[in-house]
Design a protein around this ligand. Structure first.
Ligand code: 0X9
Ligand code: ZN
Length: 445
């Protein structure tokens, strides 16, 4: 544990980091890590949970999958085996009752890796072609990239690749633009996926949306109208370094992979690094070891500078009718603000839009999504994508969506949403998007 203590001396830290690098080059395992749930019913219980989080910062590998924020709302905590006794004793001392959701996280990870993807490994190259690509399994960064190339090769008249940025480790984050070429300037719909690397359902859903657009253009009236009326920009993986790390080294990696000077801990939370109300410790963390580390300065991450430049250019040249940043999990449709509990001037229009999309979503399989402003529905979060797009670019309809799983159903999978739920999750969300876009078109984008 001492290795994880915050570093104050750069040379010492670098040496420790190098030693850790050599020693810990193996994939992170989660053998016998438990996930427990607490639902605080009194202020004292909630306070005790907040104190638990302070007592065991992330270095201890207690990972608050859902943070303690409000009464009667679940807090999901992953606890490593060496701390389970201590945590249980602490909870008992405070009279807090606990439900165990998972007893061995590694087993869940192994089961998922076996489920679909690894069985196809021998056939990877050929799965990249649009007709053979399996939309019902999770895909690696390489597979997603070759699939994107194959999509624009197959649909050159309506799609093209665009470059977003170069990640910290030098990878090119790309998106697909889908549009009907025209001399008229049209407004844009812009989606970002994979900001948080462990939320695999997000890139998988972006892939599904792209497929729906290109395959149904000129076949389905709704999609044809959506592509004729708007230019679509979809970035499946905005955080490629983190995404690859989540595949190869640590399934639960959330942040970027940029080292932090003076600390052994790596990475910035890319959904706290945007230059709008950045750096407020009430909605992020100044601790590089925290999962919510907001970075050394606003836009310090190249992934964020890159996406902001692209978004600013599009906002200026054509206007953005709808921006959505896709995450998981909790089943929420979230609007600004994240940085304050106050409602933005456009909230009435947000409310109507979110009513339209969530009721459409529910109509598909009955899946419930809760909606409302980020700060009021989950917690105060500063320097987020949805706030920046609304607050800085002035885009009225800017949202963050938390896709499946829900904490209110058993069995509960959290970030390890089974592959057989990929298509249903993406499909119901896609129906919601279509309803939302039609609502905007009808009311003048
Ligand atoms: O903490 C976050 O960044 C988001 N929750 S998550 O579990 N995906 O990390 C909430 C912030 C706003 N939500 C979205 N932009 N979806
Ligand atoms: Zn997220």
């Amino acid at each position: 544990m001492s290795m994880f203590i915050k570093c104050r001396f750069f040379i010492l830290c670098t040496t420790v980091a190098m030693i850790m690098g050599t020693v810990t080059a193996a994939r992170k395992r989660y053998d016998n890590y438990q996930v427990i749930r607490v639902v605080p019913e009194t202020d004292n219980e909630l306070e005790a949970m907040k104190q638990l989080q302070e007592r065991f910062p992330y270095e201890y590998q207690i990972d608050f999958w859902i943070e303690p924020t409000r009464l009667n709302s679940p807090i999901d905590v992953m606890v490593p085996p060496n701390l389970q006794n201590e945590v249980n004793m602490y909870l008992r001392k405070h009279g807090i009752s606990v439900r165990t959701l998972q007893t061995n996280v590694q087993k869940t990870i192994d089961a998922q890796m076996k489920e679909g993807h690894s069985s196809q490994a021998s056939d990877r190259e050929s799965t990249a072609t649009p007709s053979r690509f399996d939309y019902s399994v999770y895909h690696t960064w390489e597979e997603i990239n070759s699939w994107m190339d194959s999509i624009v090769a197959k649909y050159p008249k309506i799609s093209e690749i665009f470059t977003v940025t170069v990640s910290y480790e030098g990878r090119i984050a790309r998106g697909i633009k889908i549009r009907k070429p025209s001399s008229i300037t049209k407004k844009a719909v812009f989606f970002t996926g994979g900001i948080h690397s462990r939320e695999w359902i997000s890139p998988a859903s972006m892939i599904f949306f792209i497929k729906e657009l290109v395959e149904n253009y000129d076949k389905d009236r709704t999609v044809t109208k959506m592509v004729n009326s708007l230019d679509w920009y979809i970035v499946p993986v905005l955080n490629p370094d983190g995404f690859i790390y989540s595949w190869e080294m640590d399934r639960l990696w959330r942040k970027s992979r940029e080292p932090n000077e003076g600390s052994v801990c790596i990475g910035t939370d890319l959904n706290r690094n945007w230059a709008f109300h950045w750096g407020d410790v009430n909605g992020g963390s100044a601790d590089p070891c925290s999962l919510g580390y907001f970075g050394s300065s606003p836009n310090s991450s190249s992934e964020i500078t890159g996406i902001q430049t692209v978004l600013s250019n599009i906002a200026e040249s054509q206007g953005i009718a709808l921006y959505i940043d896709w995450h998981s999990y909790y089943q929420l449709w979230l609007s600004p603000w994240g940085y304050t509990h106050e409602y933005p001037a456009d909230y009435h229009d947000h409310d109507v839009f979110m009513q339209v999309v969530t009721s459409k979503l529910t109509s598909v399989y009955g899946t419930q999504y809760v909606y409302g402003p980020i700060a009021n529905v989950i917690y105060v979060a500063t320097g987020t994508s949805a706030d920046w797009v609304h607050g800085v670019l002035g885009v009225k309809h800017s949202y963050g969506v938390e896709l499946r799983d829900t904490p209110f159903k058993s069995p509960f999978y959290g970030f390890f949403l089974p592959e057989k739920q990929i298509i249903p999750t993406a499909l119901e969300a896609w129906e919601a998007v279509k309803a939302g876009v039609f609502h905007l078109l009808e009311h003048g984008v």
